[in-house]
Design a protein around this ligand. Structure first.
Ligand code: PLP
Length: 374
């Protein structure tokens, strides 16, 4: 099998598996307890918090464990009420943001959805233009999960600060893939998810610059300083922390390797398959992301055909893959509907090889040719 759907989820790295094992077995204590067994569990949770804080160049007190990207995003948006009644976001956010915004609109929140250019970039000045006296929050994703475009986060952070507006970024696709310094970039809140960087599923975190301003999303016990109740996912947190350690150690090496492989794949596909468009920005893009719209084919059918040959790719994001319409991201960047259905996403990791790329390109060429002839 050749796995090329790393934006959907990633294989858990060996280091994360090893880090989780003791907490599945002998170290099963509840971190809230007072005896040694509990202290061992608490220790790993504390160490993970420090480790993650270091990766973002911030302090452990600003890291709050959650069940993943969706919860972190929802937590931030649910708190917008505290700061005003207007949110600025983009048309290409993940549904964890967009669907929560729709629900908030029904409760009376005003939401401005900023469009993008054809490469998927938002214009920071358009965001600035939308700021009103009652703007509670700007929420713009760090990098897009479908087309890989990396947003001008520093500029948005500066605009948010100058206007006294809170800035949240959904960094689920970016954290552990590109370097992030929350202070330098002016980020007030940041969502991340472990399964996007070779950690286990169902665990993530929210970075919060000023936790005292946030109300919990989940009420209950006093875990996470009373901000996020529920017994900690010790196993998941241990695995996530190990995945962060490995990703940080290998960040530049992985990034270079993925970029090289991705460029090779993109150049060959654009050269060897006629009537193909590369979606997303040519340089401001996630290292492992390639997204194409191929005229005359149905992306979902191509995914099925490739799967029969042992190749996992996707026709959109995992979340929208089951839905009937074309991807909201692909239509937002201006691809007409009749072409939008011909979109596929190939997302690599540093473990992929050039031989795999050669095989995938060859299979793509043949399958596209056959499907076009049908
Ligand atoms: N945000 C983005 C940009 C994503 O890509 C995803 C997952 O695909 C999520 C949020 C949701 O994260 P999780 O699966 O951890 O809930």
């Amino acid at each position: 099998m050749i796995y090329l759907d790393n934006a959907s989820t990633t294989k858990v790295c060996r280091r994360a598996v090893q880090a989780m094992e003791p907490y599945l077995n002998e170290m099963y204590g509840n971190p809230s307890g007072v005896y040694q067994l509990s202290k061992m569990a608490k220790k790993i949770v504390d160490e993970a918090r420090e480790n993650i804080a270091k990766a973002l160049h911030t302090r452990p007190d600003n890291i709050f464990f959650t069940s993943g990207g969706t919860e972190s995003d929802n937590w931030v948006l649910e708190n917008a009420h505290n700061f005003g009644n207007h949110i600025i976001t983009s048309t290409i956010e993940h549904h964890a943001i967009l669907n929560k915004c729709v629900s908030l609109e029904k409760e009376g929140m005003d939401v401005s959805y900023i469009g993008t250019d054809r490469e998927g970039l938002v214009n920071p000045y358009e965001i600035e233009h939308e700021i009103k006296s009652n703007t509670a929050l700007i929420s713009i994703m760090f990098a897009n999960n479908e087309i890989g475009t990396i947003q001008p986060i520093r500029e948005i952070g500066r605009i948010a600060k100058e206007n006294g507006v809170m800035f949240h970024t959904d960094a689920v696709q970016a954290f552990c893939h590109i370097p992030i310094d929350v202070d330098e970039l002016g980020i007030d809140m940041l969502s991340a998810s472990s399964h996007k960087f070779h950690g286990p599923k169902g665990v993530g975190f929210l970075y919060i610059r000023e936790p005292e301003k946030m109300l919990p999303l989940i009420y209950g016990g006093g875990q996470e300083k009373g901000k996020r109740a529920g017994t900690e996912n010790v196993i998941g947190i241990a695995g996530m922390s190990a995945a962060v350690t490995e990703a940080m150690e290998q960040l530049h090496e992985r990034r270079n390797r993925e970029t090289q492989l991705r460029n090779y794949l993109i150049h060959r596909i654009l050269r060897e398959i006629p009537y193909v468009r590369l979606n997303g920005h040519s340089t401001k893009r996630l290292p492992g992301n390639a997204n194409f719209t191929i005229a005359g084919i149905d992306g979902a059918s191509l995914v099925v055909v490739m799967d029969r040959e042992g190749i996992c790719i996707s026709s959109g994001s995992a979340c929208s893959a089951g839905s009937a319409g074309p991807s909201h991201v692909i239509t937002a960047i201006g691809i007409p509907e009749q072409y939008a259905y011909g979109t596929i996403r190939i997302t690599l990791c540093a473990d992929n090889t050039k031989e795999e790329m050669d095989y995938v390109i060859q299979r793509l060429k043949e399958n596209v040719k056959r499907m076009r002839a049908m």
